[in-house]
Design a protein around this ligand. Structure first.
Ligand code: 9GP
Length: 829
């Protein structure tokens, strides 16, 4: 097979004839080599950060080794691959996760001890890769871990933002945003592939030409930017497979330069070079509403175009005819953000590969599937026609053609029902004529996935009702999941050991259904003792962290009650705050004997508010204002503490979740598509206080509603409650706590006025007033349960035992079988 290259290749194999060694001595040597030759420090003098860098590079070598082998193997086997397109990936830290998945954590820990370092201390040196906003992005990261672990031939594609999600700084209780230049000190987890780059075009005009007697359209672009690949190996657990997450960075293209230089304007030519890089500069710090943003559209097309060029190049290396494309390629659109890929595939197939329209459309319809992560139609992206026409003129034409054909097809089913046709149209008429990216996806994708059962129902009955009536077979439920590798094995090693010990196997780390075996021991006193110790040690770690960050000392005997997620009105952190105020008010009005019966609480809140989201920022301020008052009130002492954890991110979650007793998931029913935070808490044996929304409904089915604290209006009650509008009165207790805020009991009276208005005076869209009474009841039930520690521990064990369904491994299996039609391809080495 090798022909003339045979002797050379054999020699190279001879020189590199074995895998990297993983014994402690070899690892020590590797780390020191990297200190000297990669970090360029003396091996006799380097600090923790430099040691971390060297360690990371040594791990990276091992990742690259597997990643190469995996790709060679995929190339040889040429299986159908899944390409996962997502504008956001929230990877967090990589070190511990990588060594865990590579199965060499103990060896590294030992090697570092020999060198006088501690693995855990070095791991703390790593910053978070925060290339995403929230749920959707972290879920994408979990999916990558599961794809690698389950040996699926998968690629992730996204954008390598220079600035990840902003850092949240709190000054006097107010959120401020600072840029997260996460690449400042280099990123050992990526591999820059300067030779893997593609031109991505924008603007220009569309012209007609005649080719072989047939009229064709050609796009004459006005600007070209180079997309350069940065590869991030993703190792599977318990397998040699390591898949690739390829992120694109924008660089100026030579072609672009030449045009500018010929005008003789040297300075402008340089400035324009810089401009090209802005495409991959910044992550949009909001998870909704991008109307009218040119840069946002350019980001979407940039990563989609580069990814598709890459995918098609790989396909064409081995195949001649696009007839085989659907047998080899599945494309997953993660939310509507990459939907422009549908128009791009059509453009390439029709304009460049010269397939006729219906053949190209047939191929597109067989390769694409989409997952919607939003609940509200407002969360679905729309792009003004003028903007799209200017940035991507040929794509706009293609979308019009797709829409024309869609409308013709719909007329066959619905006749002249113009209301329906206009609802289903990809083009939205109105003051700003726009392209509905979700409708474009629906028209093409063979599968439209919801992320929980409740969510799918909402998509079917409300958001995409008309499409569901037409194509019911397209709609599927793929309840989200999270990876137990990150959320138990890495972040809660003591729990991991307990589970493995009681199950007598570590097999649950790959096959999490086995975790249900813990149910058998839910009442075992020995397990209770180990479980409680584990929780206490985790709480101790969290308490130290809280004290370092906020100077608030908390009691380990208190219930650690946590709500960490993006700050949003529908997630109702305000309900939590009003509940805390009520608790405070009660304590203030108690005599000493009543106080003795109070279950002490540490209320922990964390999350970022989008920079332009005023209401969310006010909620953060309220949290600090209440904390100031409560934490310094001698009448309260340890009975209640309020803590806001700044700059919430993935690694903070890894610390907070294992140390929590109770976690809150308070979305107004029907507003949280799924929620994945609740799954991480569940795995860690933390009890949930939640509305019957998103995945909480399915969690209740798995662990039994009696093992969690459910409250509030149900999904199907919410619309009628909203109808009642102004006549809907909250309880007296609710009126009282809102009044306290209004009257300036916590200061900042004027500032909080508009926040109070959102839940009173006929407002209260998210039904805080209506749900308040049942929220307090659920909180009281949690207090009662906590008093009986044996009962609480049993509920905690049953939570972990019932968490198996919420592994992303299950989710990925469902996608693989029901949407993508792919098979595992396990590297045999
Ligand atoms: O808000 C949803 C959240 O409910 C879901 O769990 C997550 C993953 O599917 O996606 C979130 N949506 C976004 O992050 C942006 O729409």
């Amino acid at each position: 097979e090798l022909g003339d290259r045979k002797p050379k290749v054999e020699k190279m194999f001879g020189l590199m004839d074995e895998f990297l060694k993983n014994d402690s001595i070899s690892l020590q040597k590797d780390i020191l080599d990297h200190v000297e030759f990669t970090v360029a420090r003396s091996r006799f003098s380097f600090d923790d950060f430099e040691a971390y860098q060297a360690l990371a590079h040594s791990v990276r070598d091992r990742l690259i080794e597997r990643w190469h082998d995996t790709h060679q193997y995929f190339k040889k086997k040429d299986p159908k691959r899944i390409y996962f397109l997502s504008l956001e990936f929230l990877m967090g830290r990589s070190l511990t996760n990588s060594v865990t998945n590579l199965g060499i954590q103990d060896q590294y820990a030992d090697a570092l001890t020999q060198l006088g370092f501690e693995f855990e201390v070095l791991a703390e040196q790593e910053g978070d890769a925060a290339l995403g906003n929230g749920g959707l992005a972290r879920f994408a990261a979990c999916q990558m871990d599961s794809l690698a672990t389950l040996d699926y031939p998968a690629w992730g594609y996204g954008l390598r933002y220079q600035y990840g999600l902003f850092r949240q700084i709190i000054v006097d209780g107010f959120q401020h945003e600072q840029p997260d230049f996460w690449l400042n000190f280099g990123n050992p987890w990526e591999i820059e592939r300067v030779h893997v780059s593609y031109p991505v075009k924008f603007y220009g005009t569309v012209e007609e030409e005649v080719l072989n007697g047939k009229k064709c359209k050609i796009w004459i672009p006005g600007e070209s930017v180079e997309a350069v690949a940065y590869d991030n190996p993703i190792p599977g657990y318990g397998t040699r497979n390591a898949i690739n997450l390829r992120l694109w960075a924008a660089k100026p293209s030579d072609q672009y330069d030449m045009e500018s230089y010929t005008t003789g304007d040297y300075i402008n030519a340089i400035v324009n070079r810089q401009k090209a890089e802005t495409i991959s500069n910044v992550l949009y710090p909001d998870d909704r509403s991008y109307q009218g943003k040119e840069l946002r559209l350019k980001q979407q097309y940039f990563f989609v175009s580069a990814s598709l060029q890459d995918i098609m190049r790989r396909f064409k290396d081995l195949h001649r005819s696009f007839d085989e494309f659907p047998e080899k390629v599945a494309l997953q659109i993660n939310d509507t953000h990459p939907s422009i890929s549908i128009a791009e595939v059509m453009r390439v197939l029709v304009d460049e590969e010269h397939l006729d329209w219906s053949k190209a459309w047939d191929i597109a319809c067989r390769i694409f599937s989409v997952t919607i992560h939003a609940v509200q139609p407002e969360g679905l992206e729309k792009i003004p026609v003028d903007l799209l026409g200017s940035v991507l003129p040929r794509h706009l034409e293609i979308i019009y053609e797709i829409n024309y054909r869609l409308m013709e097809e719909l007329k066959k089913s619905f006749g002249q029902d113009y209301d329906k046709l206009s609802r289903m149209s990809i083009i939205e008429e109105g003051a700003v004529k726009s392209i509905r990216m979700a409708n474009l996806s629906l028209a093409c994708c063979h599968t439209v996935n919801g992320v929980s059962r409740v969510h799918l129902e909402t998509l079917k009955t409300r958001v995409f009702k008309d499409f569901y009536a037409l194509w019911p077979q397209k709609f599927q439920c793929k309840t989200n999941g999270v990876t137990q590798r990150r959320w138990i094995v890495v972040s809660n090693p003591s729990l991991c050991s307990i589970i493995s010990k009681w199950l007598g196997t570590e097999a649950w780390i790959r096959n999490v259904d086995l975790i249900a075996g813990l149910r058998e021991y839910a009442k075992d006193p020995d397990l209770h003792t180990e479980w409680k110790n584990m929780k206490r040690v985790n709480k101790m770690r969290l308490a130290e962290y809280i004290e370092t960050l906020t100077s608030v000392k908390v009691s380990l005997d208190a219930m650690f009650d946590v709500q960490i997620k993006r700050i949003h009105e529908y997630k109702r952190q305000l309900l939590n705050m009003l509940g805390i105020i009520h608790r405070y008010d009660c304590i203030k009005n108690m005599d000493e004997s009543d106080k003795r019966r109070v279950v002490p609480r540490v209320c922990i809140i964390g999350g970022k508010a989008a920079p332009g989201y005023e209401v969310a920022k006010k909620i953060i301020k309220l949290c600090h204002a209440v904390a100031d008052k409560v934490n310094n009130d001698p009448d309260v002492g340890d009975l209640l503490k309020v803590v806001f954890i700044p700059d919430y991110n993935v690694s903070v979650a890894e610390l907070v979740i294992p140390g929590s007793d109770l976690s809150q998931h308070l979305s107004t029913a029907g507003h949280e598509a799924s929620g994945t935070g609740c799954m991480k808490f569940l795995m860690n044996g933390c009890l949930l206080l939640a509305t019957a929304d998103g995945s909480a409904v399915e969690i209740a089915e798995e662990i039994g509603a009696e093992n969690m604290f459910l409250f509030g209006a149900k999904v199907d009650e919410v619309p009628a409650l909203r109808e009642k509008g102004t006549t809907l009165k909250g309880s007296l207790q609710f009126a009282r706590v809102v009044r306290m805020v209004r009257d300036g009991y916590f200061g900042f009276k004027d500032y909080f006025k508009s926040l109070c208005d959102t839940v009173e005076d006929g407002g209260d869209f998210y039904l805080l007033g209506y749900d308040f009474a049942s929220y307090l009841e659920a909180q009281a039930a949690a207090d009662r349960a906590f008093v009986d520690q044996e009962k609480w521990t049993q509920m905690s064990i049953l939570s972990t035992a019932g968490s198996g369904k919420f592994s992303s491994d299950r989710t990925i299996e469902e996608y693989a079988q029901q949407s993508w039609g792919i098979e595992p391809c396990k590297c045999p080495f």
